[in-house]
Design a protein around this ligand. Structure first.
Ligand SMILES: [Zn+2]
Length: 471
């Protein structure tokens, strides 16, 4: 028998164990598994060398900034960064392009601008803002959903000028509109008035240290925002998703809401699992400035527990690079006015493998869920993505679990060469990334994917995550 591609010597997960097999690929999809390659030929052979081979990992929260802010990142550099980090599908946010994505027309504009650049696959978040509510433009929600966006995003705090925040009643109206589509609504959960007040207060008092940013945008601002979001979601019947959740108390609130049977989910990011604000913001200053900010070591540990037991559903990165000379350290720039955001798409999988799985904080089955199957199910693209079934896309993240290496900002593929993980020593690294049967990254050769190979992935179905919490 002849196949397009054979991925040989792949050690694939089966629950918390692995089995060694050869994966057969035809027309970009998995068509079989075999232990015996006698009489079987592949036009191409990718050798997994006995390494752990996961379904392609998904980063469901990126800000690639294309079109409009391509001095920060474009779809080629952003998806190259993804490929090098073992990510085969990204889901890109609606806010960081010009125009921002809040209608089918604007979404098509963005898809046209990026379609010849991507080297991994991509889905899209739809958008809804306070302005859309005020101007009676909520019909755009259903139209974007029908077009195939995977979720909607609202901001309780301001992000970019072209994507206005929602007031509380505007958020409730947005929830109602999105609830009718059956899609999740993700919220940036920080209380605007509190963040605004304490940032101004601390700045006026003369604080110039890095940790001041985190102390101003305090834990309580996230806690009350999540509480409000849960109340509104319950009222509107919406599927609430807390994006980039940062606090341990947030994990408790989400866990309690799940136990009450509400459709509330949450993601955390590698930096909320591994970095604390006092150390990282002292060392990296505005290069560790993000919103919500880094928290404490006890929040880190609480998030690992919540990720393992299911209160936190999966991991994403909030990849949001800024141009260093103009947006991070221009003349007169300081902790209060530098832009908040860090790159992350290429460090997610290795961080979670090294600090989660290899250190015993995550089981193998949970590793597969938080990087692959849970985001795919949540965003309605499973089992095309996030699974290794017959008929699933032949996306694979091949990981050398023993490889010891150090994150180096200057070796990253993202356009903005900074990361608060610079100097972090890890054990475990993605060494090959395969998208629909095509090798797009190889640790020895670097990026080998082609610009424009990446495809737009529309929503396939509506699925909800199991609310069972395992503790
Ligand atoms: Zn974000």
């Amino acid at each position: 028998m002849n196949y397009d591609v054979i991925v040989k010597n792949a050690r694939i997960p089966q629950g918390n164990d692995t089995v060694l097999t050869n994966i057969l690929v035809k027309d970009e999809k998995i068509v079989g598994f075999t232990l015996d390659l006698d009489g079987i030929q592949g036009n191409k052979v990718i050798d997994a060398e006995g390494h752990l081979t996961l379904p392609g990992c998904i980063d469901s929260h990126t800000h690639i900034n294309d079109p409009g802010f391509t001095h920060r990142e474009n779809f080629l550099t952003g998806t190259s960064a993804a490929a090098s980090g073992g990510v085969t599908t990204i889901v890109d946010m609606p806010c960081c392009s010009v125009p921002s994505v809040r209608s089918v027309e604007n979404l098509e504009h963005k898809l046209n601008a990026i379609k010849n650049k991507a080297i991994v696959d991509y889905g899209m978040w739809g958008g809804v803002t306070g302005e859309d509510v005020r101007n009676g433009w909520l019909h755009n929600v259903k139209e974007q959903a029908d077009y195939g966006v995977l979720a909607f995003k609202v901001y309780m705090t301001p992000s970019v000028p072209t994507y206005p925040r929602v007031t509380d009643p505007e958020m409730l109206e947005a929830f109602k509109a999105v609830a009718e589509t059956g899609l999740p609504i993700g919220i940036h959960a920080e209380n605007f008035a509190m963040c605004d007040f304490y940032v101004k207060k601390f700045e006026k008092e003369g604080r110039t240290d890095g940790p001041a940013w985190a102390e101003a945008r305090m834990t309580l601002a996230e806690k009350v925002a999540i509480e409000l979001g849960i109340s509104f979601a319950e009222e509107a019947g919406a599927r609430l998703h807390i994006v980039h959740m940062s606090t341990g108390v947030g994990a408790k609130l989400v866990g309690d809401a799940k136990k009450r049977g509400l459709d509330v989910t949450a993601e955390t990011c590698p930096h909320y699992l591994t970095l604390n604000y006092k150390d990282a913001m002292t060392e990296f200053m505005q290069f560790a400035k993000i919103a919500p900010p880094l928290r404490t070591k006890s929040d880190n540990e609480e998030h690992w527990k919540a990720l393992q037991d299911g209160r936190i559903d999966f991991v994403a990165t909030d990849h949001a690079p800024y141009e260093i000379p103009t947006e991070k350290e221009a003349e007169g720039m300081h902790i209060w006015n530098a832009f908040p955001g860090i790159p992350g798409v290429e460090t997610m999988v290795p961080m979670i493998v090294s600090e989660g799985y290899n250190k015993g904080r995550l089981s193998l089955s949970r590793l597969v869920e938080v990087l692959c199957s849970s985001p795919a199910k949540h965003y309605g693209i499973y089992p095309k993505k996030g699974a290794m079934f017959i008929g699933s896309d032949a996306d694979f993240t091949i990981i050398d679990l023993e490889k010891e290496w150090t994150i180096d900002k200057d070796k990253m593929y993202t356009m903005a060469k900074y990361t608060p993980f610079h100097g972090y020593k890890l054990k475990g690294k993605p060494v090959k990334t395969v998208v629909r049967g095509k090798l797009v990254y190889d640790d020895e050769s670097g990026i080998v994917g082609e610009e424009g190979y990446g495809e737009f992935i529309r929503r396939q179905n509506i699925q909800k995550l199991d609310k069972a919490i395992k503790y």
